[in-house]
Design a protein around this ligand. Structure first.
Ligand SMILES: CC(C)(COP(=O)(O)OP(=O)(O)OC[C@H]1O[C@@H](n2cnc3c(N)ncnc32)[C@H](O)[C@@H]1OP(=O)(O)O)[C@@H](O)C(=O)NCCC(=O)NCCS
Length: 223
């Protein structure tokens, strides 16, 4: 069951995470935009995908041997709590109950990172985008590495492991999305062979909503 978080504590955790992940200028920009939320929103997401039958990632530096990578189950309450501490919005408990998979990178009982994958829909709440997936397709909801463990190859290994596991489970294509300004995730995606093929811009002004989808050529011009 999903536990309700006090809205003030939720907002505070969200602000801290944005500060930690993207720095002070993005923190202030996002805080300002949250204030405008009821009136105005403008978000661009890059959508990428990979053919799982063809992927091959060569890691120049092998991942440290003390980390293990495995899917976690609904009964692993402490690990789930740790993941929800890292990303306060994710609701991993209810996602696992609803058939999502969560691959975790563990160092003993520490969660160094995780990748959550959905099998029914592409669902990106920030841009109010939802699309049914076909057979053989899946969608990466979130990849995160704990700040203390970043830039040592865990993100790359999580991707490598999830691609192999999904392929072994019979999936042929993985989709994902990232905010245009998320440099580290864009670079990681490029490195592991996830190719951007579209961008979706969502704009909301005083109750009027609009989605604008651009194909990859346009994306390359604007990225
Ligand atoms: C994106 C993220 C998962 C990368 O994890 P990571 O373990 O640091 O990634 P790796 O160490 O495997 O690095 C992979 C590549 O990402 C890029 N990268 C990693 N950290 C970066 C940074 N701070 N700035 C720019 N590029 C970065 C590099 O190109 C790197 O390849 P290289 O080392 O060969 O140059 C991590 O930064 C993160 O959790 N960010 C916050 C959450 C997030 O934004 N998730 C994506 C939204 S779905």
């Amino acid at each position: 069951m999903k536990r309700k978080m006090n809205p003030i504590s939720y907002l505070w955790k969200k602000c801290l995470r944005n500060y930690r992940d993207y720095g002070i200028s993005v923190f202030f920009k996002k805080a300002f935009l949250y204030l405008l939320y009821p009136l105005y929103r403008n978000q661009t997401y890059l959508i990428y995908s990979i053919d799982l039958s063809k992927h091959s990632i060569t890691q120049t530096v092998p991942p440290p041997p003390e980390y293990t990578y495995r899917f976690i189950g609904t009964h692993e309450v402490e690990l789930i709590d740790k993941i929800e501490k890292m990303e306060e919005w994710i609701g991993v408990r209810s996602k696992l109950v609803n058939g999502y998979k969560c691959l975790a990178c563990l160092k003993e009982d520490v969660v160094a990172g995780f990748n959550i994958v959905a099998f029914d829909d592409i669902d990106i709440p920030l841009i109010k985008f939802k699309k049914k997936l076909r057979d053989g397709q899946c969608f990466s909801v979130q990849i995160s590495v704990h700040p203390d463990y970043r830039s040592c190859g865990i993100g790359t290994t999580l991707r490598k492991e999830i691609f192999t596991n999904l392929r072994n489970m019979g999936y042929t294509r993985l989709y994902g999305g990232t905010q245009q300004q998320n440099d580290s995730n864009r670079r990681l995606s490029q490195k592991v062979g996830l190719r951007v093929f579209a961008s979706i811009n969502y704009r909301y002004i005083l109750g009027l909503e609009r989605h604008k989808v651009k194909r990859v050529k346009d994306v390359q011009k604007t990225a």
